[in-house]
Design a protein. Sequence first.
Length: 362
Amino acid sequence: MIGENGPTPRRAQTCPGVSAAGAVVLCNTVKARRKPASGGAFPGYQCGVGDVLGRELIAGRLSAPGREWRHRARWARAGLPALAAVTVWTFLLALPPAAAAEIAAVPAASSAPTSAGFDVTSAWRAVQAGQPGHLAVAMFDARTGLTAGIGDPAVTGFETASVVKLSILAALLLRAGPAGLSAAQRRDVAAMISVSDNDAASRLWAELGGAAAMNQFFQRLGMTVTTAGTGGAWGLTRTTPLDQLQLLRTVSYPNAILPDAARAMIAGLLGQVVPGQRWGIPDGVPAGAATVLVKNGWLPRSGGWVIGGVGHVQGAGRDYVIAVLTDGEPSMASGVAALREASAIAWRAAAVATVTTHAGPA
């Protein structure tokens, strides 16, 4: 059963799942439980802790015929100075080869003329209609003060996977106050954000007080629909794009909850996200046109891939935050493509003087 394996293990072990594309998929887990094939994303297998905690193929081991590699995030204990040494490895280490190849094939955005009165929600709905999975999007434009979004009535809450790590960081800084973080916490937040290290996230989640403390944090920020994953399964936190906008506005713009110094630290850490994990929302912005801070999450589940991203885009006369969440995607690449398309629409919408929106849940 999902979630019965307990806390994150120290020892990596191959979970022989097979993606819809036939690629070997890895989970760092105590043991992989074989079950009858269900026709889901991993026929014949169900991964335990890796699936529940959103281990996302990091700090684990990939085994395939004639090939094996291992990545241990020991460098993270040394802090950010070691980051440069591993940057060139990250895309390979973070993703299985098939997923990496698929994502590399997703085209980036290009600059295009826009017209006044662009109907952003209708454009998002068109993307949603063509999706094999579920999609919800929301954006807040700081220049106009407008919020736009679409939801999916079939999904009451999207699993966050590692998108929740931005919430963990914000909650930790809020609790620390003027005293700031300890040296160990600084190392953990650097690893958790820059390379999406899961062991660091688990330690910080526990330090904060787990689900109960995080639910209090969500309520304080007005994230009324978001519920923390229980039993240490932070990756199974459920949320909506509109709730993520509450978080993004808190960490991106001056407010009475999070001090300026904390927001500056968050921006600095998001700026250290390694290139191999800067996909989706950044791909919807023309290269070099703006600064894009992003935190992504990706998680293979029995019903398909969970792919999500939150970001802050600033430049070329634009300043907005955006959250894009998907689930039930047949591949990681299809989810990444959905994030890119939704982001490109937001980029276009933020350029026009008048944006037409239709109210709807997000």
